[in-house]
Design a protein around this ligand. Structure first.
Ligand code: COA
Length: 180
């Protein structure tokens, strides 16, 4: 299976595989913030232990190479995570992305910078034909991030995902993709 790079750099960011000891920094930066998780598929962590377990699982998935890849994003020259970006390689040549940033780093183009890098990486792989992502219809900043990464809005997936921060009902999502 195609394997993405375990680390990469952009103009302002370094992306790397999580480490087992990243839990407290990730917890403090964004994973405990309900404003960050508002439109995400997971609820803000209230304790660091389950987050440590999640990060250990991310590391194990890198080792297994089963198609799920998560990077932590750090500002160049620092080691503290300010966010994360994930890639799932799906059957049929599809690469699905997701991302989240600490609130104090919103609005500086960081998410678009990381996503653009990975979308470009994905679409030069011979086996990948579709780089795509979706987000809640009420999350226009995320739609914009996808557009800035070269994806085109394709439509709305109705009742597509649950945001536990907002409630148990599945919600509508905007889907965007870049294809070749
Ligand atoms: C969504 C998120 C990743 C955006 O990250 P970011 O680094 O601030 O994004 P960027 O700075 O690259 O781009 C944001 C764009 O959205 C625009 N934007 C922000 N709020 C907006 C709003 N309410 N309506 C419309 N556009 C908006 C910005 O103007 C910017 O576009 P521009 O550069 O053309 O001006 C960040 O807010 C976040 O982590 N949110 C919580 C997690 C999340 O929702 N992740 C997405 C799940 S799919």
């Amino acid at each position: 299976m195609t394997r993405p790079p375990s680390s990469f750099g952009t103009a302002r960011l370094v992306a790397r595989i999580p480490r087992a000891d990243d839990g407290p920094a990730v917890f403090a930066a964004y994973a405990s913030d309900p404003a960050v998780t508002r439109y995400l598929a997971w609820k803000a962590y209230e304790r660091v232990e389950p987050l440590n377990a999640f990060l250990r699982d991310c590391i194990a998935q890198w080792e297994k190479g089963n198609g799920h890849f998560v990077w932590l994003l750090c500002l160049k020259g620092t080691a503290t995570p300010i966010g994360s970006i994930g890639l799932t390689l799906e059957a049929g040549g599809k690469a699905l992305f997701g991302y989240a940033l600490a609130q104090r780093f919103w609005g500086h183009g960081f998410a678009a910078e990381a996503l653009t890098h990975l979308v470009n990486w994905a679409l030069v792989q011979p086996s990948i034909h579709r780089a795509w992502a979706y987000c809640d219809v009420e999350n226009p900043a995320s739609v914009r991030v996808m557009e800035k990464a070269g994806m085109v809005r394709e439509g709305v997936l109705r009742r597509w995902h649950v945001c536990p921060t907002l409630g148990p009902e599945p919600r509508d999502c905007v889907v965007c993709a870049k294809v070749k």
